[in-house]
Write a new protein. Structure first.
Length: 400
């Protein structure tokens, strides 16, 4: 007879962000002290897809027992020591169906939810805590409807998960973006160039707008508002003339688009299991056009460009203070709900206060910047007025 109250499973899905390990640490330590066994499911949903429900099978690549000793050191680090994936069990390609399920699932695209449920039962998981963005959490909501007791935790660099004003990883993303932008100023200033930085933000421009508001850039381009490249060139030339070191800076969200574009800019045609093609390249396109158009607004002289895609640089490394504190609080919120017997919830922050909402909210449209309130479409920069009554991170939560 087991000497614990129940078993809690934790997994991390989608892209890595700083703050995942602190969340795992908080859940594990609190759960162990409350008398629960904790299992870390490895590689996101892939750990449950690949699990062989046989006591004689080697499933060490699919899960591990979590204790205070295991999580304490990892809790101070970035990334996720449980590893992650973008596996989508409800639409798994035939080529990724594991060998032990090949006879059971033979379609081009397969819904392995029954196998996932079998895996959870085999592991004896009583409560599941998935940590992820809208893709990971949308499948968590599916499992909730199937009867699994789920309490979810939001994370994403873009800070756009519906139902919460804050997602794990966002603060570190903003902190890194500001830091790296200021570092790159030395090169832009030395050569009197434009500095173009492509930053995160598929559908929402929070990670470009907030660093710009903090003084990291002169202008920013966000997904919520298509911009005219000639107008941006004129603005950056104006900023460059006014700067003592003769340079100017623009942050461009990866999901931003110019007015003459029909769609987003992708690195290739390959899509992940959730149908997302990898974004990347808008910074390159903007840089090339800025160089080409700059003579029109610079007395016939071309202005060269320092062009950098920040990418993984802002999602790697240790979490900042907020992404150490918020995951701790989220983990404890999840345990509070479990101890109260409440599931089917997403822990959250709204208007600066911790709480939770029904998990179904993750199926709502992604959160976006309120352009009318926070983005000056003529100046391509944030609006700097009427801060009274707004949350600490200004536009994150003001629209809810």
């Amino acid at each position: 007879m087991a000497d614990y109250k129940g078993t809690i499973g934790i997994l991390t899905g989608g892209g890595d962000v700083p703050g995942l390990n602190p969340a795992i640490r908080a859940i594990t330590i609190r759960a162990n002290r409350e008398g629960y066994r904790v299992l870390g499911i490895r590689r996101g949903w892939a750990g449950l897809v690949d699990l062989i429900p046989d006591p004689d099978a080697d499933n060490s690549d699919c899960f591990q027992l979590l204790t205070e000793d295991v999580v304490s050191r990892a809790g101070r680090t970035g990334g996720t020591f449980l590893h992650t994936s973008r596996t989508r069990p409800s639409a798994l390609p035939r080529s990724l169906v594991p060998d032990h399920l090949q006879d059971r699932y033979v379609g081009e695209s397969n819904d392995l939810t029954d196998a996932v449920l079998d895996g959870l039962e085999f592991l004896g998981v009583d409560y599941l805590i998935p940590i992820g963005g809208d893709d990971t959490l949308s499948y968590a909501e599916r499992l909730h409807r199937e009867g699994v007791k789920v309490v979810a935790i939001p994370k994403t660099m873009d800070n756009d998960v519906p139902g919460t004003d804050y997602c794990i990883g966002f603060s570190t993303c903003v902190t890194r973006t500001i830091e790296l932008t200021h570092r790159l100023r030395t090169t832009a200033g030395s050569h009197e160039r434009f500095l173009v930085l492509e930053v995160f933000g598929r559908y929402a421009g929070f990670s470009a707008l907030l660093p710009t508001m903090a003084g990291a850039a002169d202008r920013c381009a966000i997904p919520e508002y298509p911009f005219d490249i000639e107008h941006l060139t004129e603005l950056l030339c104006y900023d460059r003339r006014r700067h003592p070191s003769t340079y100017s800076v623009v942050l461009v969200s990866e999901g931003a688009r110019m007015t003459h574009q029909e769609g987003l800019t992708f690195k290739g045609n390959e899509a992940d299991m959730y149908g997302h093609r990898k974004l990347g390249g808008i910074g390159d396109d903007v840089s090339a056009l800025l160089k080409k158009l700059s003579p029109r607004f610079n007395r016939g002289r071309r202005i060269n460009v320092v062009n950098q895609r920040l990418g993984y640089l802002v999602r790697s490394g240790d979490p900042d203070a907020m992404d150490s504190i918020v995951p701790m609080a989220f983990g404890n919120l999840a345990l509070d709900l479990i101890l109260e017997g409440v599931t089917g919830r997403l822990v959250n922050v709204r208007e600066g206060v911790y709480g939770s909402v029904p998990l179904e909210e993750v199926k709502e449209p992604a959160r976006q910047v309120d352009v009318e309130r926070f983005y000056n479409t003529e100046r391509l920069r944030p609006v700097y007025k009427s801060f009274e009554g707004l949350p600490v991170l200004i536009m994150t939560g003001a629209e809810t």
